[in-house]
Write a protein that binds this ligand. Structure first.
Ligand code: ZN
Length: 245
């Protein structure tokens, strides 16, 4: 099933979502501490800028940056993995936007990511539960947000009731899977995830795992394995971007 169809006009809601957040480099304070009401008022008098290239733009993502996004067609899944679809390739400007969200807690990029998502047919209305890939607790504390949860909320604004970040838990940090052999990946992820809730919650349910980026697919595969082992009816995956390995 193709993920994207003919691009659609951007909803005006995204155009209106224009509060600008800035942060100093290496400033790791939570966003709610950095956000100033006075600054918010001042931004009303500043020209809107593209979240990616920072040039003046009437929309969160300027036409040039929007045109630079490489949307994905068919999903990509290796043998033994749950079926996985991605909205677009992990290239600029998407890579920069996700990096800022993930590593600098810059929620100001969300309208730009929403503009990209608005051009895609997300589908998956049939999933019973939507499960963001969890972060390790220490990493969540360090980053201040789970980008997968924010992206799940962005992708399924009318199905927030179905988004559950209390089902899967990550027990320990894992290193990036890129460059690891198959055996090393399994060792890296072994026992990293488990069910945080009672298995009845997912028994027989159609589950959709959501992550920011699919690199090797190993993390999604391990999450899917845990969920299926505890009785999930089916597991599929959706990521915002995919590394074109
Ligand atoms: Zn731009």
């Amino acid at each position: 099933m193709p993920l994207c169809h003919v691009p659609r006009p951007l909803p005006t809601a995204f155009i209106g979502y224009s509060l600008v957040f800035t942060k100093e480099k290496d400033d790791n304070r939570p966003m709610n501490e950095k956000f100033s009401p006075l600054f918010a008022v001042l931004t009303l008098f500043l020209p809107e800028r593209c979240r990616a290239c920072h040039r003046p733009s009437a929309t969160a993502l300027c036409p040039d940056c929007l045109a630079a996004v490489t949307y994905c067609g068919e999903g990509k899944s290796d043998a033994g993995e749950p079926p996985c679809r991605s909205l677009c390739l992990y290239q600029q400007p998407v890579a920069g936007l996700i990096h800022r969200l993930k590593y600098t807690a810059d929620r100001g990029v969300l309208p730009a990511l929403a503009a990209i998502a608005a051009r895609c047919d997300i589908g998956d209305e049939e999933a019973d539960l939507i499960i963001p890939v969890p972060l390790y607790a220490d990493r969540l504390k360090q980053r201040g947000l789970n980008q997968s949860l924010l992206l799940a909320q962005l992708l399924f604004p009318r199905r927030r009731w179905a988004i559950r970040n209390d089902i899967l838990i990550r027990h320990r940090p894992t290193t990036p899977q890129t460059g690891l052999s198959g055996a090393a990946r399994r060792q890296n992820l072994g026992d990293a995830f488990s069910l945080a809730s009672k298995s009845e919650v997912i028994h027989g349910k159609r589950l959709l795992l959501v992550d920011d980026v699919r690199t090797t697919g190993s993390t999604l595969a391990e999450c899917g394995r845990v969920l299926l082992a505890h009785g999930a009816g089916s597991v599929s995956c959706l990521t915002f971007a995919r590394v074109d390995l």
